[in-house]
Design a binder for this molecule. Structure first.
Ligand code: PEP
Length: 248
C-alpha cells in the first residue's frame, strides 16, 4: 500500500505568530487519519513547527536546501542543519526555484543525493509549462525531468523519494488540471519509474500539485495514481488544508 500524503507549501508567507496559529489549527483539527500530513515551512519556522507538532504524526518539511555539505555559502542552509532541527522532508525542484533561481535538473539531482545521504525524504517537484503542454511536449518534458533529476540512484534510494507532479500552469493560478489530465501524467510518471524500479514503482507516492482546493481535492485524490497533494495557497488556511487532508 502506498502512503497517502498531503503536504503544505507555505512558500514565503506568514509571520511568526501567523505561522504558530496555523500549526496549532492543523494540529487541533487533524484528528485520526491515515494520511501522512506534512507542513512545508520557510527555514525560520522549522524549529517552532517541529516543536508545535511534537508528539503527533505530522512532519515538517523544508522548502529548499543546499547541495553542498557545509562551508562558505553565505545565506544558504545545509541538509545537516535541517536534520538537526527536526525536518523530515524537503521540497526540491519546485517550479518557482527553477524559474526564479535557475535551478536545473542536474543541481536538483545533487540536492536529492545530499538529502538521501542524510535520511531526509525529498519531495521532488516536476511539471511542464503551459507552452510545453500546448505544443504537446509535456510527456517528453516530464520524461526528461524524471530521468535527469532522478538518474544515478539505486533502487532502494529511488523508492524513498516522493514525487510531486505540478504542472506550472496550475500553480497558484486557480486553474487545476482535470482529474483525467493529472491521472494520465501520474500513470506516465509511474511507468517511467518502473523502468528502474519494476514492481516497486507501485510503492512510490506521486502527489499532484496545482490549485488543489477543498472543492476539487476529493476527485483528484480518487484517481488511481494520485496519492495525495502538494498544496500551496490552500495550506495557509487551517480549515481549507484540513478539508483537503480529509478528502481521501
Ligand atoms: C505549490 O506551491 O506547490 C502549489 C501547488 O501551489 P498552489 O496550490 O497555490 O497552486
Amino acid at each position: 500500500m502506498r502512503k497517502k500524503i498531503v503536504a503544505g507549501n507555505w512558500k514565503m508567507n506568514l509571520t511568526k505568530n501567523e505561522g504558530l496559529l496555523l500549526v496549532e489549527g492543523v494540529l487541533n483539527g487533524v484528528g485520526d487519519t491515515d494520511t501522512k500530513v506534512i507542513l512545508g515551512v520557510p527555514f525560520p519556522f522549522i524549529s517552532d513547527a517541529v516543536s508545535g507538532v511534537d508528539g503527533s504524526a505530522i512532519s515538517v518539511a523544508a522548502q529548499n536546501c543546499h547541495q553542498e555539505e557545509k562551508g562558505a555559502f553565505t545565506g544558504e542552509v545545509s541538509v545537516e542543519m535541517l536534520k538537526s532541527f527536526g525536518a523530515e522532508y524537503c521540497i526540491v525542484g519546485h517550479s518557482e526555484r527553477r524559474q526564479y533561481f535557475g535551478e536545473t535538473d542536474e543541481l536538483i539531482n545533487q540536492k536529492i543525493q545530499r538529502l538521501l545521504a542524510s535520511g531526509i525524504i525529498p519531495i521532488y517537484c516536476c511539471g511542464e509549462s503551459l507552452e510545453e503542454r500546448e505544443s504537446e511536449r509535456h510527456f517528453k518534458v516530464m520524461e526528461e525531468q524524471i530521468q535527469s533529476a532522478l538518474q544515478g540512484f539505486q533502487k532502494d534510494e529511488l523508492k524513498k523519494i516522493v514525487i510531486a507532479y505540478e504542472p506550472v500552469w496550475a500553480i497558484g493560478t486557480g486553474v487545476t488540471a482535470t482529474p483525467e489530465q493529472a491521472q494520465e501524467m501520474h500513470k506516465f510518471i509511474r511507468e517511467k519509474l518502473a523502468q528502474v524500479l519494476v514492481d516497486e514503482a507501485e510503492e512510490v507516492s506521486i502527489l499532484y500539485g496545482g490549485s488543489v482546493k477543498p472543492n476539487n481535492a476529493k476527485e483528484l485524490f480518487s484517481q488511481k495514481d494520485i496519492d495525495g497533494g502538494l498544496i500551496g495557497g490552500a495550506s495557509l488556511s487551517a480549515p481549507d488544508f484540513l478539508e483537503i487532508i480529509h478528502s481521501f
